[in-house]
Write a protein of this length. Structure first.
Length: 227
């Protein structure tokens, strides 16, 4: 079983303008992302191949990638548009790896040790795990959007969030999936037992996701304070 470590980046974004290339604490999210992959290339790792997929027409990304030790996968212009995941990752049809570990570049605090540890776990348990995603416990009250009915805390006398039944939330820092399955079905998994396997992490700064403008500002301030 062969595993590809994959990164993807594009210059345009819908909620935060130029999120990956705009200044972020004297660097950029893309530079932090790429340096993380470079560090993995230089260390002992479980991946059969590593690649960062960018479009040559996106000149800033291409310029920032010059001289990198990370193999660059050239993606077409159509794959940088928001569309079906199988179309976005169409270039995987030319790959030979069986599985892909896609890492999200919007988690600047994500540790390379966490990436490697997860990949080792997946490869060691491949006989019982078909795919994998990272999750964390969330203690809160959740309600169905349309009906307003409670999802987890169905006891009106339970007024403590800590005593409410926790729900698992996907972190979206990375996913591991079958390459051919993604291309054929436009899905990561079948939502069956261990497909995906829910890899549980404790909540920490490592899993802060930059999804909106406020996230960007908060993470940038934290980065300056901790680095």
């Amino acid at each position: 079983m062969k595993l590809l470590l994959l990164g993807t980046a594009r210059e345009k974004s819908t909620r935060i303008k130029h999120k990956m290339i705009r200044p972020f604490a004297e660097s950029s999210l893309y530079q932090i992302y790429l340096s993380k992959f470079e560090a993995i290339v230089k260390t002992k790792h479980p991946f059969d191949n590593i690649g960062m997929a960018i479009n040559r027409s996106e000149k800033t990304l291409w310029k920032l990638s010059r001289g990198t030790t990370v193999p660059i996968i050239e993606r077409g212009r159509r794959s940088t548009q928001m569309r079906k995941r199988a179309e976005e990752l169409y270039f995987l049809k030319d790959r030979k790896e069986d599985y892909v570990m896609w890492v999200n570049g919007c988690f600047p605090f994500l540790k390379l040790e966490t990436i490697i540890k997860t990949a080792v776990f997946f490869k060691s348990n491949k006989n019982r795990i078909k795919s994998l995603t990272a999750v964390r416990k969330k203690y809160n009250w959740y309600w169905h959007l349309k009906t307003g009915r409670p999802i987890n805390n169905k006891n009106p006398r339970c007024v403590s969030t800590q005593k409410s039944p926790p729900i698992l939330e996907t972190i979206h820092c990375f996913h591991i999936f079958d390459r051919k399955h993604l291309l054929k079905t436009n899905s990561y998994w079948n939502l069956k037992e261990n497909d995906p396997y829910l890899y549980l992490f404790k909540n920490s700064i490592e899993f802060l996701d930059i999804d909106e403008e406020l996230d960007f500002k908060v993470c940038e301030a934290l980065w300056k304070r901790t680095k």
